[in-house]
Design a protein around this ligand. Sequence first.
Ligand SMILES: *[C@@H]1O[C@H](CO)[C@@H](O)[C@H](O)[C@H]1NC(C)=O
Ligand SMILES: *[C@@H]1O[C@H](CO)[C@@H](O)[C@H](O)[C@H]1NC(C)=O
Ligand SMILES: *[C@@H]1O[C@H](CO)[C@@H](O)[C@H](O)[C@H]1NC(C)=O
Ligand SMILES: [Zn+2]
Length: 485
Amino acid sequence: MPIPLSTKEDDDEYASSTTKALLPFDTDYSSTQKPSSRSTVLIISLVLATCIALFAAIAFGFLFFTVPDSSTSSSIASSTSTNIEYSRSLTKLKHPVVLLISSDGFRFGYQYKTDVPSINRLIQNGTEAELGLIPVFPTLTFPNHYSIVTGLYPAYHGIINNYFTDPETGDRFSMASHEPKWWLGEPLWETVVNQGLKASTYFWPGSEVHKGSWNCPKDYCMFYNESVPFEERVDTVLKYFDLPASEIPSFMTLYFEDPDHQGHKVGPDDPQITEAIVEVDKLIGRLILGLEQRGVFEDVNIILLGDHGMVGTCDRKLIFLDDLAKWIEIPKEWVQSYSPLLAIRPPPGYSSKDVVAKMNEGLKSGNVENGQYLTVYLKEELPSRLHYSSSYRIPPIIGLIAEGFKVEQKRSKRQECGGAHGYDNAFFSMRTIFFAHGPRFGRGCKVPSFENIQIYNLVTTILGIQGASNNGSVSFPQGVLLPSH
Ligand SMILES: *[C@@H]1O[C@H](CO)[C@@H](O)[C@H](O)[C@H]1NC(C)=O
Ligand SMILES: *[C@@H]1O[C@H](CO)[C@@H](O)[C@H](O)[C@H]1NC(C)=O
Ligand SMILES: *[C@@H]1O[C@H](CO)[C@@H](O)[C@H](O)[C@H]1NC(C)=O
Ligand SMILES: [Zn+2]
């Protein structure tokens, strides 16, 4: 059986915690920009978006437009420059190709830790989300990777956590579950093959699942095996470009476990992360070289992104559920995950509302260590910008934990220092990267940060195919892609 991606992700040993002051703003989505800096961000966006505004103006046929992503809700005034850039024509390939690469846990900012000459080629001649890509909540590997390829928030694509129990059937989902019943929505590889194009997956959560006309074809769909060297993954993808032109998949995925792997062990600020980034850069260099040797580097739309960021969890920033016993006992059987996503399902006969009230009473009493760093909600009462309630799979009680804190059941002697993710997607530390290079992307362009549910429409637009309905904005791609001729 394939082993789960990103093993330790949110094992309860990585349990963490939440804060009450996490979400002072509940508008749909400026979530990602710190409220205090919203106007700064707006100004920055205005400046940065200049290069997109040029083609956006073309796309819309006028000089002012509203950024399609309602989340950013800024409007961009285009300059009067006449230097308009169109998408570049393909020189060797016969159809558009998108290569979607995920570097797990590549926190936004890691690219500045060291020299990354190959990644910089993508940035300098491509389009970058200036302040990073915003993950969906919870900022965990499986929910995010599947949001990237479906354009849906986890409540709608069904992968609401890395592991969970279906409350109706009692069946357990884990990162090795490949039954189609878990995986809702329509992932890109399915959209692509449903419309007669070819797709290939070198690992991606959900890619082994048979859905629609996608049956995980041999040689084009690799079963997850974390032992496969990264170089071998790159070389296999390169070989697809040696196929006859019409056989080259239109959509390809490629996945690396690093630097998430190191981030969990040592946190985001350790030299081991820097080393991992150097390695990821070398892999991108190997890929670029291989594409250049085949004369297709400028023809391929490469999207290099991550699923979430990483934050250090050290110094015993812990909250223990057993400390709430004076107010309410929370047995471990009620807890589906501890942290960074605290998810609780009390058995029938208990009022979730009552449990939430008692937990919060204890947490706010001043008598629970670090209690102020956890706030518990009925899922329906979570800030709507988290989009984390419309699924029967989501347990009724969700705790939001302050950045870097963890929730555990009981006190123990265990001391650890590492890294975690899964927290509120408004935390800057949870942001990841978006670098895109290729014929549909402007050179040296910066676009404002956006949520990863926008990527589905971006890819279907590049490929010129009809996508399934999803949570991305239909006009988003026009703000990021160069207009085609
Ligand atoms: C950017 O693209 C141009 C045109 O293809 C090329 O001459 C230049 O070397 C590229 N820059 C980088 C940093 O790769
Ligand atoms: C996983 O990959 C390693 C390295 O390529 C290989 O030796 C091993 O046989 C593979 N495991 C499975 C189950 O295919
Ligand atoms: C997300 O998309 C799904 C499927 O199209 C839709 O049912 C749902 O209402 C959307 N939710 C939001 C918040 O847009
Ligand atoms: Zn991850």
